[in-house]
Ligand binder design. Structure first.
Ligand SMILES: Nc1ncnc2c1ncn2[C@@H]1O[C@H](COP(=O)(O)OP(=O)(O)OP(=O)(O)O)[C@@H](O)[C@H]1O
Ligand SMILES: [Mg+2]
Length: 252
């Protein structure tokens, strides 16, 4: 039986703009399982980013519950949620938000302040992440001295530095070329194999194939939900065809 890590109950998120209500997430009941590499797809504006913000406690929900390991994060105090974010959650969001007056190294280091991880281990981990992301030579640079793809990769290093139990990534390969994108996905696949859960929004079929579950969002509701656990290396092609047909059927 899969263990539930995050569970939403009748989750709604609405925005008001120009006096009109825009109901983006509509009564969503969703379970995210521990150890899964969950992929969220859907057309532009279907609510994927909004859902990720709600699942990770980054934004207040309008109504409904979001349970993280049996605790309702919509009811948590700011301090409690800040602790959760720092200790258990990692984020890579659309539109990179590095701290402009900190170097690459300092940006990646920043989530480790006030944690009890040893400084040596952290240094080692930063060097390892920088190398894997081909950023070693950029260590002392500031965000405004780097390309969009480089900043994206720094944001990924920063999200991974505290070994989050769950990593949320919103189109993490969007700003990257194909080989850099593969590198990032390889890292996600590796951390997932080591037991960390991943929830990733993507528009890209290749990226989606890294998941073992794909959820299709349409107008703020779940329109499709498939698992890919039964495939193995020998049936990889079949797996790809299954995903492709699933997405085509959904109008992707
Ligand atoms: N902060 C906000 N204020 C007002 N409306 C918002 C806000 N954030 C999102 N929306 C609206 O919510 C809807 C869903 O947006 P969201 O960013 O979740 O879509 P998405 O599925 O991630 O799209 P994309 O694939 O283009 O990233 C859109 O209509 C958008 O205009
Ligand atoms: Mg989005």
């Amino acid at each position: 039986m899969n263990q539930v890590l995050i569970k939403t109950e009748l989750l709604c998120k609405s925005f008001i703009s120009d006096g009109e209500i825009n109901n983006v997430i509509k009564n969503l009941d969703l379970e995210i399982y521990k150890g899964d590499f969950t992929v969220i797809m859907g057309s532009s504006g279907s609510g994927k980013s909004t859902l990720l913000y709600s699942l990770s406690g980054m934004d207040h929900v309008t109504t409904g519950k979001v349970m993280f390991e049996d605790k309702d994060i919509t009811k948590m105090k700011e301090k409690e949620i800040a602790y959760l974010r720092k200790e258990k959650l990692g984020f890579v969001f659309q539109g990179i938000n590095l701290i402009p007056n900190l170097t690459v190294y300092e940006n990646i280091l920043s989530p480790t302040y006030k944690t009890d991880a040893s400084r040596n281990k952290i240094e080692e981990k930063i060097d390892d992440l920088l190398e894997r992301m081909e950023l070693t030579s950029q260590k002392k640079k500031f965000p405004n001295q780097m390309s969009g793809g480089q900043k994206q990769r720094v944001a990924i290093c920063r999200a991974l530095i505290n070994n989050p139990s769950i990593l949320f990534a919103d189109e993490p390969t969007g700003a990257l070329n194909s080989s850099q994108g593969q590198n990032v996905l390889d890292i996600f696949t590796n951390i997932n194999r080591e037991g960390q859960s991943v929830v990733m929004v993507t528009h890209d079929l290749k990226a989606a194939l890294r998941g073992n579950r794909i959820i299709y969002l349409k107008d703020g509701r779940i329109d499709g939900d498939i698992r890919l656990d039964e495939y193995n290396e020998e049936t990889a092609l079949e797996r790809e065809e299954n995903v492709y047909h699933f997405l085509k059927e959904k109008g992707w």
